[in-house]
Ligand binder design. Structure first.
Ligand SMILES: [Fe+2]
Length: 378
């Protein structure tokens, strides 16, 4: 029996009985301009996204040599790949000759990565291994792709997007690695069909992922039917948050019973700051959402992948595809349609503020974290 899940389910039950979630000390104001100000957005990119360790991939996405994921984050094209030597590395997806991407795909498996422009090619460890007409070219003073500092912790790959940056993934996780380890992330298999969803300012999207209060309202006809709204647990690990959602818990439920199937009674979201939400994971499925800010302050993209405990083959393909479409619809038609309205309301709000309640402590934590990383206070 998992002590972590046992304690969480007991806390959730207490919240259900008490009629309230874990709460912050008081409500918090956030100026509407914080979501629109181009100068603040620039500082968020420079000081948060380009300086912090980011969870750029799961080991489960990179099970075999040559497996890779590639996407753009904060203006940096990323390529994360498991080499033929078994080592996972993070690179800038930029050909060292003249700069195009060496792969256009979001995920896949490859022996070589070849630039479309002049067919320079790189192996799975990033080494430059092919230059057509090399004898005509002259001296080449680079040996391979630009590598980013990276490390694997708790089944996830962390990287710093600045090649000269420092990476201390363990210190950055501030204790969340124990909770992530309980998800056994490296035992998952990916459904390698990405979902891209247009979203407004990245913090509006992040606010949604950190918000246990809206589930029973905005999602009342879809994913909100499973959980008891506004009774969440919130745990903070440095800038990161774990949210517990209660389902089916009643006052006479015994959280210490030996035969509990925890996935019937709680679900979890691990929000790994600044931009990754891992939903579920302690049971049989996991949904990963990456928030990719930009290219302008009013835009971001949500990139989602589903994971399962078994390879996605045969009849599992239909199951995974149906679930992918459900979550695409929920996030696009419910979450993003709503927060796009918020984005469009920002000019009309002028210098007024939005309010996060005591029952929205993870949102408060997000905005306090951002303010402190930008060198101010919320
Ligand atoms: Fe939502």
């Amino acid at each position: 029996m998992s002590t972590m899940l046992n304690e969480l389910v007991a806390r959730l039950q207490r919240n259900v009985v008490d009629g309230q979630p874990d709460r912050d000390e008081q409500p918090m104001r956030v100026p509407a301009s914080a979501y629109a100000d181009p100068d603040q957005y620039r500082r968020e990119i420079d000081r948060i996204f380009l300086k912090s360790p980011v969870m750029v991939a799961l080991v489960a996405e990179l099970r075999d040599a040559g497996d890779y994921v590639a996407y753009d984050l904060a203006g940096r094209p990323l390529l994360i790949v498991r080499g033929d030597d078994g080592v996972i590395r993070a690179f800038l997806n930029i050909c060292r000759h003249r700069g195009p991407k060496v792969t256009d795909a979001v995920c896949g498996s490859a022996r070589r990565f070849t630039c479309p422009y002049h067919s320079w090619s790189y192996d799975t460890t990033g080494n430059l291994v092919g230059v057509p007409g090399r004898e005509t070219f002259g001296e080449i003073d680079v040996t391979g792709l630009i590598e980013l500092p990276s490390a694997v912790v708790a089944g996830a790959v962390f990287a710093v997007l600045d090649p000269d940056g420092d990476l201390d993934a363990g210190g950055w996780l501030a204790g969340m690695e124990d909770s992530l380890s309980e998800l056994r992330l490296n035992e998952y298999y990916p459904y390698r069909v990405p979902t891209f969803i247009d979203s407004p300012n990245w913090k509006l999207a992040a606010d949604g992922y950190l918000d246990g209060y809206h589930i029973g309202y905005l999602h009342r006809n879809t994913i909100g039917t499973r959980s008891i709204t506004n009774r969440n647990t919130y745990d903070f690990f440095g800038p990161h948050v774990r949210i517990g959602f209660a389902s089916k818990l009643t006052p006479d439920f015994d959280p210490a019973a030996a035969d509990i199937d925890y996935k019937d009674y709680l679900s979890l979201v691990h929000y790994v700051f600044p931009n990754v939400s891992l939903s579920g994971g302690h049971g049989d499925t996991l949904m990963m959402s990456r928030l990719l800010p930009g290219p302008t302050p009013d835009r971001s993209t949500t990139l989602q992948f589903q994971f399962y405990r078994e390879p996605i083959v045969d009849e599992m393909v239909d199951v995974a595809e149906q679930k992918r479409q459900l979550y695409e619809q929920v996030v696009a038609d419910e979450d993003c349609a709503t927060i796009f309205q918020v984005g469009e309301a920002l000019p009309a709000m002028g210098d007024r503020h939005f309010i996060f309640g005591r029952n929205e402590p993870a949102n408060q934590h997000l905005h306090r974290t951002i303010a402190s990383m930008l060198g101010g206070s919320a």
